[in-house]
Design a protein around this ligand. Structure first.
Ligand code: ADP
Ligand code: ASP
Ligand code: MG
Length: 420
């Protein structure tokens, strides 16, 4: 059985004409000889009746969502069930027999970390049996069930994880992630007008982009597919274009000559973070130990860490900043806060060992008078911290500096490093 998993995001299923596109893609795949498993997200975004955020808004007040995590999962998982049931009706109208399964019915077993559960096993037998009996199986994304039968969800954006996990369990030829953009783009098209779709990216690159804020796919979904080299295609629901193929480094080098020698594949950003500097008091050498232990004890997630003899610098989410500062003051430190910052990342598997990448980044930001508050790098990513008000200009400046606006699916020419 040649299986294809096709996941449709919330903005692909919130209107009848969009769901007609879902049916179109499924039919095409069936004509190509595939058996199709559809994974569906809740319909639409915040404000639309059955979107996940709309459901959460039902129980939100000034203090936030006060529902315990177990019941929050019960509330949130309804969104995907509604979307799946509506799709079954649409398929029936189109003359196709669809069978809807919840995450638990589809054999997805998770741990019991409510609202952010991890998949521990999948038994795909029920899906395989249903595929024998009907035209298409629809699985509600984002959800699973513990061994004890409790309903769980997989973290926001988790339908992507359902899709790749099912793809691996079913040994699917591809996992198609259908969304509202043409594929993985060189930057978020919402803020960079001339962002270009990439024809091929490696698992590592897209995983990094996703961790650094590119919402187009959930990083955990990529990690799962990467383990078995299951190829992912990120595609637009609204076109028949092939989208972006996410694959291994070797495969990418074989098929995508346009990527050779290109240091940067994309620019991503995360907003709403606060930089915290804790100067070391005279003669104290274990400030980092005390600070990070305290942050861990209070479950405050830290990032962008820099330890040096004069003190420590790190970032937290804006909404955690005041709590973190109060803890530090209580400990006798004098933290300095820079709220409303953004982390901008330049990502590319090709940057390792290439001289001059950081020079280009600093040049691009200096030309725009954007101060760099902090920086860090790995062999595939360079991060800079900037003030949030500079974020959009910083993303655009880096995008242009690395000529990412010139990337085209057909362009065989490497676009790197020229200044024109
Ligand atoms: P879905 O509901 O289909 O899961 P998401 O909103 O989760 O859709 O993800 C798609 C969105 O990701 C796009 O609308 C786009 O604005 C955003 N995005 C951010 N960075 C990128 C990028 N580098 N490439 C493509 N899309 C991106
Ligand atoms: N509906 C869920 C969310 O909004 C899961 C998803 O869309 O992937 O997070
Ligand atoms: Mg998504």
């Amino acid at each position: 059985m040649r299986i294809l998993v096709q996941k449709f995001g919330g903005t692909s299923v919130n209107a009848p004409e969009k769901r007609a596109r879902v049916i179109h893609h499924v039919r095409r795949a069936m004509e190509e000889g595939y058996r199709v498993v559809v994974v569906v997200s809740a319909m639409g975004r915040r404000g639309e009746p059955y979107a996940t955020d709309t459901l959460l808004d039902l129980v939100r007040d000034e203090e936030g969502v006060l529902l315990p995590p177990r019941e929050r999962d019960l509330l949130m998982h309804c969104g995907e069930i509604i979307a799946g049931a509506v799709l079954v009706a649409d398929f029936a109208r189109a003359g196709l027999k669809a069978r809807l399964l919840t995450g638990g019915q589809a054999g997805i077993v998770t741990d019991n970390e409510h609202t952010n559960a991890h998949i521990v096993s999948i038994n795909p037998k029920r899906i395989r049996d249903e595929l024998e009996k009907c035209d298409v199986v629809i699985v509600t994304g984002f959800q699973g069930q513990t061994a004890e039968g409790e309903i769980t969800t997989l973290g926001r954006g988790g339908s992507d994880t359902t899709a790749t996990a099912l793809g691996v369990a079913l040994r699917a030829e591809y996992v198609d992630i259908f969304t509202d953009v043409d594929g993985v783009m060189t930057a978020d098209p919402r803020i960079v007008e001339d962002a270009r779709p990439l024809s091929t990216v490696t698992f590592y690159e897209v995983c990094n982009m996703a961790y650094q804020g590119a919402k187009v796919i959930h990083p955990r979904a990529v990690e799962i597919a990467m383990q078995t080299n299951t190829p992912i295609r990120i595609r637009s629901t609204f076109s028949d274009d092939p989208g972006t193929l996410v694959t291994s480094v070797a495969e990418k080098n074989r098929i995508a000559t346009e990527f050779r020698d290109r240091p940067i594949t994309g620019i991503a950003y995360v907003a709403n973070i606060t930089q915290i500097k804790v100067p070391a008091p005279e003669g104290e050498y274990d400030v980092h130990l005390k600070v990070f232990k305290a942050m861990a004890e209070h479950h405050i997630s830290v990032d962008f860490i820099n330890v040096n003899p004069t003190g420590v610098v790190y970032t937290v989410a804006d909404e955690e900043a005041e709590r973190a500062a109060a803890i530090l003051r209580e400990m006798g430190f004098s933290p300095q806060l820079v709220p409303h910052c953004a982390k901008v990342s330049a990502i590319g598997a090709g940057m390792a060992g290439v001289p001059g990448v950081m020079a280009m980044i600093t040049e691009a930001l200096t030309e725009e008078d954007i101060p760099i508050l902090q920086s860090a790098d790995s062999h595939t990513t360079i991060w800079v911290l900037v003030r949030q008000e500079d974020m959009v200009r910083a993303v655009r400046a880096l995008h242009r500096k690395f000529n990412l606006h010139k990337i085209g699916a057909q362009e065989a020419e490497a676009a790197c490093c020229s200044d024109d």
